[in-house]
Design a protein around this ligand. Sequence first.
Ligand SMILES: [Zn+2]
Length: 116
Amino acid sequence: MSSPRNHIIQCPQCGARGEFIVWDSVNPSVTPNLKDKIISGELFQWKCPQCGRVWDINYPMLYHDMPNRQLIEFRPTPDDQPRDTRPNPLYAAFIRNGYTIRYAYTLEELIAMVKG
Ligand SMILES: [Zn+2]
């Protein structure tokens, strides 16, 4: 249930284009290496193939930890923006099945939750 999509990113510094893989959802039971890439921050970084500069690209993602019955929804929100703390109604069935639902608003919060 880990689902990648390819995006083309243009470097704001030099204008070169390169591929960036966006994961809408990550299931660590299926792709354990992605858990490590979240914890290292690599999943949300794009390195320009030309000038080598690394850019932080935080995007919404769902972390679905089945053995621990845990969902973490990443809702990246800049510090100066209000946080959308409304629960996602799509998860009602998960809650009925004993899942814990959490929301992370910064990469630091997401990393702390994924580490457990
Ligand atoms: Zn560049």
